[in-house]
Design a protein around this ligand. Structure first.
Ligand code: F6P
Length: 329
C-alpha cells in the first residue's frame, strides 16, 4: 500500500547508536523493507555517529536484512560516539548526509543518540526520526523501548538459576541488573522472580531497612532470599550486600548480571515492537515529521519531540512497586 509522501523523501539513512539492544535488527529490517516498498532507497550507516562522521555508508536492500529479525546485536554496528557533541562533528556528519543525497535520518538508540539527532536537525535542517532502542526502557514517549522485554527475560532466567543455588546453600543472593539511572528492569525482574526486596534509583530508601527485612524473612522461616538491585541505586548490589552481611552476619553472594542482558535473540514482543516502530519511522519521514521519536502507547503510535524523551522523566510503574512489596511476605 502506498503511503502519501508530501515530504518527497527519495533516500533515507538509518543508523544504530549507543548500547545495542535485542530487536535493533528487526527495526533496521522494518525500515529497509518499508522504505523499499514505498520506492525510497535506504543507506545504512555503520558504527553510529562515529561512522557517519567518517562516511561509513552503504546502500541497503531488502535482501541485506534477510535472516536478521531473530538476531541480537545490530548488523550496522554501534558505538558510543562523542563526535556529535562538537559543532564540527555535527557539521561533518551533516555534510556526509548531504553528499549522499539523503532526505532524512532514522536514529535507532537511546537518549544519547537522540541528543545527536536533535542537534543535527536543529543546526543543519536534516529531518531526523528517532526509534527507541535501549534495554533500559527509560525514554519518555513510549510504553516500552526495543530490547527491554528481552533484557527482562534474560535477567529473569539468571535469577531463577541463582535461586536454585541460593536455596541449596541457604544463602542470600543480591543480584544487580542494568537500567542505567532507571529501575524498570529491576522492578519487572523482582516481581517476576519473586524477590524479597528490590532497590531502584527512583526510591532512595535506606539500605539499613533491608537488614530488618532479611531478619524478618529468617524469622518467618525463609532460609534463602533474592534481592534485586538496579545498577543506578547508590552503592549498587555490593553496597546492599555489605549492609546485610554486617547487619545480620548471614552469608551473602553478589551477582552482577552485566552485559549478558544486552545479548541474545529478541523475544517476540521486541520483534513486534521493532517492526511496528521501524515502519512508523519511515511513514513519519514521508509525512514531513521531523525531530520526533516514534513510540507506542495508548494502543497506537505516538510522536514525541526528541528533546522531551530525555527532558521528561518516565516513572516506574508505582503499582508494580507496591505489588512487589505486597507479594514478598
Ligand atoms: O543503556 C544500556 C546500558 O546497557 C545500560 O543499562 C548500562 O548502564 C550501559 O548501557 C552500559 O554501557 P556500556 O556498554 O558502555 O558499558
Amino acid at each position: 500500500m502506498q503511503h502519501p509522501n508530501p515530504a518527497g523523501v527519495r533516500r533515507l539513512a538509518v543508523l544504530t547508536s549507543g548500547g545495542d539492544a535485542p530487536g535493533m535488527n528487526a527495526a533496521i529490517r522494518a525500515v529497509v523493507r518499508t522504505a523499499t516498498q514505498q520506492g525510497i532507497e535506504v543507506v545504512g550507516v555503520r558504527r553510529g555517529f562515529s561512522g557517519l562522521h567518517r562516511g561509513e555508508l552503504a546502500v541497503l536492500g531488502p535482501r541485506d536484512v534477510a535472516n536478521t529479525i531473530q538476531r541480537g546485536g545490530t548488523i550496522l554496528l554501534t558505538a558510543r560516539s562523542h563526535t556529535w557533541r562538537s559543532p564540527e562533528g555535527r557539521a561533518r556528519g551533516a555534510q556526509v548526509l548531504r553528499d549522499w543525497n539523503v532526505d532524512g535520518l532514522i536514529v535507532i538508540g537511546g537518549d544519547g543518540s537522540f541528543h545527536g539527532g536533535h542537534y543535527l536537525q536543529e543546526e543543519h535542517g536534516i529531518p531526523v526520526i528517532g526509534v527507541p532502542g535501549t534495554i533500559d526502557n527509560d525514554l519518555y514517549g513510549t510504553d516500552h523501548t526495543i530490547g527491554y522485554f528481552t533484557a527482562v527475560e534474560t535477567a529473569l532466567d539468571a535469577v531463577d538459576k541463582l535461586r536454585d543455588t541460593g536455596a541449596s546453600h541457604e544463602r542470600i543472593f543480591v543480584i544487580e541488573v542494568m537500567g542505567r539511572h532507571a529501575g524498570h528492569i529491576a522492578l519487572d525482574v523482582a516481581v517476576a522472580g519473586g524477590a524479597e526486596e528490590v532497590f531502584i534509583p527512583e526510591d532512595a530508601k535506606s539500605v539499613e531497612g533491608v537488614v530488618e527485612i532479611v531478619k524478618a524473612s529468617v524469622a518467618k522461616g525463609k532460609a534463602s532470599s533474592i534481592i534485586i538491585v538496579a545498577e543506578g541505586y547508590p552503592g549498587g548490589a555490593q553496597g546492599v550486600a555489605d549492609a546485610i552481611a554486617s547487619g545480620t552476619g548471614l552469608e551473602t553472594r553478589v551477582s552482577i548480571l552485566g552485559h549478558i542482558q544486552r545479548g541474545g535473540a529478541p523475544v517476540s514482543s521486541d520483534r513486534v515492537l521493532a517492526s511496528r516502530l521501524g515502519e512508523a519511522a519511515v511513514y513519519a519521514l514521508m509525512d514531513g515529521q521531523k525531530g520526533v521519536m516514534v513510540g507506542r502507547g495508548g494502543g497506537g503510535i505516538m510522536y514525541t519531540p526528541l528533546h522531551e524523551t530525555w527532558e521528561k522523566r518516565k516513572d516506574v510503574n508505582r503499582d508494580l512497586y507496591r505489588c512487589a512489596k505486597t507479594l514478598s511476605i
